[in-house]
Design a protein around this ligand. Structure first.
Ligand SMILES: Nc1ncnc2c1ncn2[C@@H]1O[C@H](COP(=O)(O)OP(=O)(O)O)[C@@H](O)[C@H]1O
Ligand SMILES: Nc1ccn([C@@H]2O[C@H](COP(=O)(O)O)[C@@H](O)[C@H]2O)c(=O)n1
Length: 207
């Protein structure tokens, strides 16, 4: 099997990584499953051993919150044409679910997550590095709506977490990682020109 094309999409929380990824893969949905998605969020560390109060106080915007060793091993397996069983993460309980999900190797694998470009040891594993560059005030607004709607949060908890960890860690780790990107995308998941450019790059890997 041909070595897969691995595309890493990073940027702040709420920058539009997921929407960009979804819009990218929709173009290939009628061609079987040539493009697979893997989310860094699933690699947040399990915290079953901690009480809920401690989980709620954790810093989820530091690279060490992720089990990147496992992500690295999984990328190696996919490169070798082997399937992986990746963990499933729950944002409401701040830990992993007991089940895992199987991901089959594919010609193209899209990875998306906040710290993908901040870990230098992961960089050589990517073929294409994309950074979604969205002003932080817009990211906060989107995150506020999404976290209250989908992740069981209150507006107060989102605001407090943003001040305490999300914003400072963005400036310490995510913002500097922008300079490792091959492509910097403005206007988030709706930048049609950027989507078209990446789509045509992907198309070359799908026979
Ligand atoms: N360009 C955009 N315009 C309007 N809403 C957007 C745009 N990009 C993303 N969103 C919305 O903002 C929220 C967060 O976007 P998402 O793609 O989940 O961000 P991320 O994956 O970077 O955290 C989602 O509800 C999404 O639909
Ligand atoms: N238990 C958790 C784990 C993570 N977060 C936040 O998620 C953000 C990353 O996910 P995106 O889909 O928004 O990129 C990150 O900024 C963490 O603060 C959380 O709130 N709780």
């Amino acid at each position: 099997m041909q070595k897969p094309l691995i595309i890493a999409i990073s940027g702040a929380s709420g920058s539009g990584k997921s929407l960009f990824t979804e819009n990218l893969i929709n173009a290939f949905s009628e061609q079987g499953r040539p493009v697979q998605i893997l989310r860094e969020d699933h690699y947040y560390r399990a915290q079953d051993h901690l009480p809920m109060e401690a989980r709620e106080k954790n810093n989820y915007d530091h690279p060490n919150a992720f089990e990147h060793e496992l992500l690295k091993a999984h990328l190696g397996a996919l490169r070798n044409g082997e399937p992986i069983d990746y963990p499933h993460y729950c944002f409401k309980t701040h830990t992993r679910l007991p089940k895992t999900e199987r991901l089959q190797p594919a010609p193209v694998v899209i990875l998306e997550g906040i710290m993908l470009l901040a870990r230098v040891e992961l960089l050589p594993l990517y073929d294409v590095k994309i950074f979604i560059d969205t002003p932080l005030d817009i990211c906060l607004m989107r995150r506020m709506m999404r976290d209250v709607r989908d992740r069981g949060r209150t507006m107060e908890s989102v605001a407090k977490q943003y001040e305490q960890t999300v914003k400072p860690m963005y400036h310490q780790f995510i913002e500097p990682s922008r300079f490792t990107a091959d492509v910097v995308v403005t206007q988030g998941g709706k930048n049609q020109i950027a989507l078209d450019v990446i789509k045509s790059h992907i198309q070359q890997f799908i026979k």
